[in-house]
Design a protein around this ligand. Sequence first.
Ligand code: ATP
Ligand code: MG
Length: 568
Amino acid sequence: MSEETRTIDGREVTTPERKERNFIEIEIDKDLASGRYSHVQTRFPPEPNGYLHIGHAKSILLNYGLAQEYHGKFNMRFDDTNPTKEKIEFVESIKADVEWLGADFEDRLFFASDYFDTMYECAVKLIKKGKAFVCDLSAEEIRQYRGDFTTPGKESPYRNRSIEENLRLFEEMKEGKYPDGAKVLRAKIDMASPNINMRDPVIYRIAHESHHNTGDKWCIYPMYDFAHPIEDAVEHITHSICTLEFEDHRPLYDWVVNECEFEEPPRQIEFAKLYLTNVVTGKRYIKKLVEDGIVDGWDDPRLVSIAALRRRGYTPESIKMFVDLCGVAKANSSVDYAQLEYCIREDLKLKKARMMAILHPLKLIIDNYPEGQVEYLPMPNNLENPDLGERQIPFGRELWIEQEDFMEVPPKKYFRLFPGNEVRLMGAYFVKCVSVDKDEAGNVTAVHCTYDPETKNGSGFTGRKVKGTIHWVNASTAITAECRLYENIVDEEKGKLDENGNLNLNPNSLTVLKECYLEPNFSDAKAFDSYQFVRNGFFCVDYKDSTPEHLVFNRIVSLKSSFKLPKA
Ligand code: ATP
Ligand code: MG
């Protein structure tokens, strides 16, 4: 990686140069070089009306990453200008999510509603400049007058009110003289503009509603397209990064910051939203899944809210890796969920101990092993990362193994246990299957083996070879735990939505295994701890339902992947 030095704010700073700069970085480079801006400041501006999801994570990490890259600042701002929809409960969850992702906004936590005075002053300024007017048309009439893509709009009969009259009426709107909908304040731009957003857009409306921050101080509230550029300008944001659907609103954004005469006005840059295949991000759908009891809340591990990903066991590092892999694009596209799984596997594989856990237990009895004896065997915590050290695991006469590691009548190329066959018990001894116990229905209830004491792991034995190695847990010292396995919440084959717009749900999205057996080294596992379960995937302790007496694990991801990193 080569480095690059440039001057920002009079200081020489060196930033590592990546292989390819994305189009936003290219724009910022130009702005710094031309002197349009002398610093970089970005923001994440969520509406506090729901939980954040993986798409928001992209926006957070993009904005925070750019601020870091250019030695600038990153603001956290709640866009709480709409009194009807916002709920204060979301403020805390959003803050927690942003902090968890590592996007440090330091002391720059802002609320757009704190700028209501400034917004009002800006509106008055526009009226005084003859750039805004109070309009008495109804919402429906405004829509009709607006025209469409082929027909130009028609001017409002109130468009030419005098500045004095507009000032008086706007003041009266603020004082509560008029009911909701009776009047609006509109920007006076151009009813013939090919861009419909520029056809005298509404910038203030009357709403006799309490606001969570400002209470009953206001009964007029600014519209998003007017409020947002002012919020950015007040905070000295330079690059206001938003998603593609706002591209057509950019001329209005520029109009507002220019007409309100802000110094070093911010500029808006749009990028494509992140979409994931086979997951549900829409608030409407998630709300229904919660209400119907299909998921156990906004943080159900099958969802991709940030809270759900955290609960499932995803790490901030894995999400950052994922977002970086996706890149920043100008065109919408969908990313395969498998790519997210690839990132968490990559992140955890060297960091986490590989522990023994049996998900579908079958009893194995070693007939020639002394009854009541328990010996401790050393086991490396992670073969690929010796720094993680080793641990001791108990071994005894009765063990648990996976049901799928035994077959009475094996198919070809089955190298695990079957009558007469010998396998290695991972880190322990060779065992040979000698007989089975069955219940009345003929199901195998236990497998009997004999072990060869000469084959103890690491004892220097060089004799016979076996083709299969299976994992195991000593029964007398095992911890019983619950494990939850997940699949996509939507049915991959049928597609996300049916013809009525309802979700096609996958009936197997959750499998609960109530009796799994774990080696005793799990005894101090606590909420959010994660491990690799040998051969079974990565698992994380569920923070909601797990207790020291009854451990509950979520499978984060299995070990096998269908996703391959494209060759660079
Ligand atoms: P949703 O409707 O999915 O909750 P939103 O756009 O209404 O999303 P906001 O709270 O308004 O959510 O958005 C906060 C920021 O997150 C905005 O800057 C928005 O552009 C960005 N954002 C939202 N969804 C995505 C996405 N899927 N990919 C990237 N950025 C996104
Ligand atoms: Mg929104």
